[in-house]
Write a protein that binds this ligand. Structure first.
Ligand SMILES: Nc1ncnc2c1ncn2[C@@H]1O[C@H](COP(=O)(O)OP(=O)(O)O)[C@@H](O)[C@H]1O
Ligand SMILES: [Mg+2]
Length: 236
């Protein structure tokens, strides 16, 4: 099956002479062309998992198998823009000069709603716009696989709502595979085709959401029941 497969991934850290077992054997299939959400409370190892999949760190044990044609991008919780570069230059920052397709870049900037702000510097943008710039930067790389670590956590409710909708649209238009980390149950319910609950270093449960609906109604009976199940699973 195409996508990414994690086999028995283990990761520990040494903190103050004590071993902290963060991931204790994660087996996970991340299907292509859909959104897989990793959900869990703060400190459960979500970022660690993402860093391992992104190759920013190495697992102590286990395997991560990619399909042949993956080109990955990473969106961090903070936008991590270069303060001395304006929006356009931040977006093309990771690209080789000869690979920059100006029309494509402009399209991406338009898509994330930053048309007219190409020459604005990060300090002239709101938090939401900065984060959209970071997402545009990831998209400009034309990835087939995007890892997102709580990318909307710092945004206000309205901007977050808008960004979640844009992300769904982008994912559908571009057919990308997304691994999305969050501690928000509602966000997981809005975005996930697959929701993976991590607790105590292990996958506690996986949910599959096979709805074709683009705009999910979290107040519908289906999603209320699912939310209740997730809350029970997380012992909230
Ligand atoms: N580089 C590191 N060195 C030591 N401990 C770490 C390191 N990175 C993460 N941890 C610890 O691993 C645990 C999981 O962290 P993290 O993956 O960031 O959790 P989450 O993203 O779910 O909040 C935490 O207890 C954290 O303190
Ligand atoms: Mg984290």
């Amino acid at each position: 099956m195409a996508g990414i497969k994690l086999k028995n991934i283990q990761k520990s850290y040494l903190v103050d002479d004590r071993t902290l077992d963060v991931l204790k054997g994660i087996d996970l299939q991340i299907p292509e062309k859909s959104i897989t959400v990793v959900l869990g409370r703060s400190g459960c190892g979500k970022t660690t998992l993402l860093r391992l999949v992104g190759g920013l760190e190495e697992a102590d044990a286990g395997e991560i198998l990619f399909d042949a044609t993956h080109k990955t991008a990473y969106v961090f919780q903070e936008s991590r823009l270069m303060p001395w570069l304006h929006v356009w230059d931040n977006v093309v920052f990771g690209l080789k000069k000869q690979h920059i397709d100006k029309t494509a870049v402009q399209n991406i900037i338009d898509t994330v709603g930053l048309k007219g702000f190409e020459k604005a510097y990060p300090h002239q943008l709101s938090g939401g716009m900065q984060q959209r710039t970071a997402i545009a930067r990831a998209l400009a790389y034309d990835p087939s696989f995007i890892m997102m670590d709580e990318p909307f956590a710092a945004l206000d409710y309205f901007t977050r709502d808008q960004m979640q909708k844009e992300l769904i649209r982008l994912q559908q238009n571009r057919g990308a595979s997304i691994l999305f980390v969050t501690h928000s149950i509602d966000e997981a319910l809005l975005l996930g085709h697959k929701i993976v609950i991590i607790e105590d270093g292990q996958i506690k449960r996986e949910f599959q959401i096979d709805t074709e609906q683009t705009e999910r109604d979290l107040l519908s009976p289906f999603f209320i029941d699912l939310k209740r199940e997730i809350i029970n699973e997380l012992d909230l």
